[in-house]
Ligand binder design. Structure first.
Ligand SMILES: [Zn+2]
Length: 489
């Protein structure tokens, strides 16, 4: 979407989003007080949803790039909305915003792939291939990665990827192996190599002139958040036969010279509604979403703004709407935390920081619902249904469904969505944390066309509205969800 926003229309957006919840417009001289007009059972505020979306997914926010000034504007907006809803601040310095320092790593020279062909007892020289010559590094997420070689011939069908291995795909004649490469990454390969294919040959020169960019890391946090290994390499036609003859299990290493600087931040917005019941002090509920997206990127059909309306302005809006309703209602029995995370798209950095700096001890969070991509219905589900990732892993989904949530199991288990959002960062630490979504694998995912024009507001209003009652039940219940045997990651 490339739409011209005049200063006036931008101002009017801001005004709509700030005042949309007020029943009547205050006259100019009236001091603005937050009315507590929500009646229970609560109804969804469709104007609020529209107003949030029109700001969050606007071109003015330039795609809310992770750890950019646009992310800071986004988090500031979310913080001011939480204030308006009567939610207490739970970020840094008595405010809502939590700031995390990032380490930026810059690749200083072409990455190299090295391995040694074992000889018959005689020491062999190390083979070194360089980006732009024998190899092309398409993507790199670590400055250095190594693992035992696993060779897979794509012409001879499916073969299981061994986690931690450096997979080498011998590609099928004329076929683009990209999908197999991504699948291998998701299966836990440390790095994935593929022999050259036609569409990459055309772009070889162009890609070889660029050095790969490494994602930022959280300062002082060695433990990874999401998607640790995303290292993709193409091996040239002339070099590939050498690798085909290297025995399986040979250590292959991919490394790039880098420098590190501490010059960037990411931000979360965190609010808390303190529960009334002392017996439930250690059983808080966390509602979360990520507020960042991909920012400005490669233009597609002349549009370079990756608005991220569905991903994840829609989830952010759902959490804000829950905050509005719960903030206006009677104080719940359990403590409720509202967290909007930065830098999910670059590896769950905001949620990882939250995990290390939670407003209450992590063990006192009994359940986390993350909201991701609920702006469009999933055609794989019955109408008016959303899905929960990792449905079979805990009793959270079935119990919420029994209390009126139109929730179903994730119909795309092969996509491994359970491990692809902020919930996973917390689930790995034991929190029963799952993601609510209705993403139906639409082709606008991570494209500039994930914009307001493609949001189905009827569905989105329904999806958020349908979750209000189950959420109100949850925050007032004694229910502490449990992992099923083998369900805990
Ligand atoms: Zn997302």
């Amino acid at each position: 979407m490339r739409k011209h926003l005049t200063v006036l229309s931008l101002l009017s957006l801001l005004v709509i989003s700030t005042f949309a919840q007020q029943a009547t417009e205050p006259s100019k001289s009236t001091p603005i007080a937050r009315p507590r007009a929500v009646r229970f059972p609560a109804k969804v505020c469709t104007a609020c949803i529209r107003a949030h979306m029109e700001f969050l997914a606007s071109d003015a926010l330039r795609g809310r790039g992770s750890a950019t000034p646009d992310e800071l504007v986004t988090v500031t907006y979310v913080a001011s909305e939480l204030r308006q809803y009567g939610i207490e601040p739970a970020g840094d310095d008595d405010g809502y915003i939590q700031r995390a320092q990032l380490l930026t790593r810059v690749v200083k020279g072409p990455p190299q792939l090295t391995f040694t062909i074992p000889g018959n007892g005689t020491p062999q020289p190390e083979v070194t291939w360089t980006h732009g010559s024998e190899i092309l590094v398409l993507h790199m997420s670590q400055a250095e990665v190594s693992g035992p070689l696993q060779k897979i011939d794509l012409a001879s069908g499916e073969q299981k990827v061994k986690p931690g291995s450096v997979v080498f795909f011998k590609t099928k004649e004329g076929k683009n192996p990209r999908a197999s490469m991504i699948a291998a990454v998701q299966a836990g390969a440390a790095a994935v190599l593929a022999s050259e294919y036609p569409s990459i040959r055309e772009r070889w020169e162009k890609i070889s002139r660029q050095l790969p960019q490494l994602p930022s890391q959280l300062k002082g946090n060695a433990e990874e958040g999401l998607g640790a290994g995303y290292n993709l390499v193409v091996v040239s036609q002339t070099a590939a036969p050498t690798l085909e003859n290297v025995p399986e299990g040979t250590t292959v290493r991919l490394a790039a010279p880098t420098t590190t600087s501490e010059n960037s931040y990411t931000w979360n917005a965190i609010g808390i509604l303190r529960g009334m019941d002392p017996a439930l002090q250690h059983a808080a509920v966390l509602f979360s979403a990520h507020l960042d997206h991909l920012g400005i990127g490669e233009p597609v059909k002349g549009d370079n703004i990756y608005n991220g309306a569905d991903d994840d302005a829609s989830g952010t809006t759902a959490v804000l709407e829950l905050a509005r309703v719960l903030g206006a209602g009677p104080r719940p029995r359990r403590t409720v935390i509202f967290a909007l995370f930065g830098s999910e798209e670059t590896g769950g950095l905001g949620s990882s920081y939250f995990r290390e700096h939670p407003p209450i001890p992590l063990k006192d969070i009994a359940a986390n619902l993350e909201f991701e991509m609920i702006g469009r219905p999933d055609p794989a589900l019955k109408p008016d249904t959303v899905w929960l990732s990792g449905w079979e892993r805990s009793n959270l989904g079935p119990v919420l469904a029994a209390h009126g949530a139109h929730l179903a199991g994730d119909p795309h288990p092969d996509q491994n969505f359970f491990a692809r959002s902020d919930n996973y960062v917390l689930a790995k630490k034991g929190v029963v944390a799952q993601t609510v979504s209705s993403f139906g694998l639409h082709s606008d995912y991570h494209q500039p066309s994930d914009d307001l024009a493609h949001i189905d507001f009827k569905h989105m209003n329904w999806a958020i509205g349908s979750l209000l009652r189950p959420a109100q039940w949850l925050v007032n219940s004694d229910f502490k969800p449990k992992w099923k045997p083998g369900g805990k990651p």
